[in-house]
Design a protein around this ligand. Structure first.
Ligand SMILES: C[S@@+](CC[C@H](N)C(=O)[O-])C[C@H]1O[C@@H](n2cnc3c(N)ncnc32)[C@H](O)[C@@H]1O
Length: 198
């Protein structure tokens, strides 16, 4: 059970995973050329916090990234270890809390696909601080901010005004290319924005 009162591992074991699309997030597809360009240097790295059993980490690996995926649920870890073939690859899967974990190296990209909305809102500042620390200056945070009118969570609503406070202009340059991903659960969507770490 995490601080949001959710036992994520139980949700995976009982297949109560309404957030899983079974395909790439539309925002990921929208940004795919940008992600490929970032990877063109040949040594790019991406961190995928709260990776779950999403397909995006393996596609990042196909694009040439060194992938680090992390999650607190064992089922998610086991899934990504298999998908990324971590034993025989340069990729890494960590069983960790996003607010506690420290990377060995700074990353070029963080792909934040609905982990922020999964943690208790009182942990958001610590998580935002971690995201800033994980990235190199000039690194990119691809963020999917959950938009929901439901009061409780998870998923917890990520109001855009609160996001501006969490990711302030002094630290982050906000991109203008936004994208909205309809969510598998009705009346919920994700607002995708690219933020560059200053
Ligand atoms: C809504 S799911 C999204 C999973 C995945 N990104 C996807 O799109 O399918 C949230 C994920 O965050 C993980 N999670 C929740 N709190 C976490 C924490 N404090 N540290 C690491 N992972 C966490 C859960 O186990 C779950 O896999």
């Amino acid at each position: 059970m995490n601080e949001a009162g959710v036992d994520w591992e139980s949700l995976y074991r009982s297949q109560t995973t309404g957030w899983e699309r079974g395909e790439l997030n539309p925002a990921f597809s929208h940004w795919s050329d940008t992600f490929k360009q970032l990877a063109a240097s040949g040594s790019a790295s991406v961190i995928v916090p709260g990776c779950g059993r999403s397909p995006e980490p393996i596609v990042f690996a196909d694009y040439g990234y060194r992938v680090t995926a992390l999650d607190i649920a064992e089922s998610a870890i086991a899934f990504q270890e298999r998908a990324l073939g971590v034993a025989q690859s340069r990729h890494c899967v960590e069983h960790a809390d996003v607010c506690e974990w420290r990377p060995e190296q700074h990353a070029d990209l963080v792909y934040e696909q609905t982990c922020l909305c999964a943690i208790n809102p009182d942990k958001r500042a610590a998580y935002a601080e971690a995201l800033y620390r994980w990235l190199k200056p000039g690194g990119v945070l691809a963020a999917l901010f959950m938009q929901t009118s439901i009061k409780d969570g998870p998923p917890f609503h990520c109001a855009i005004d609160e996001m501006y406070e969490l990711f302030p202009d002094q630290r982050w340059e906000w991109g203008s290319d936004t994208v909205t991903s309809p969510h598998p659960v009705a009346e919920i969507s994700e607002l995708g924005i690219l933020l560059t770490r200053r």
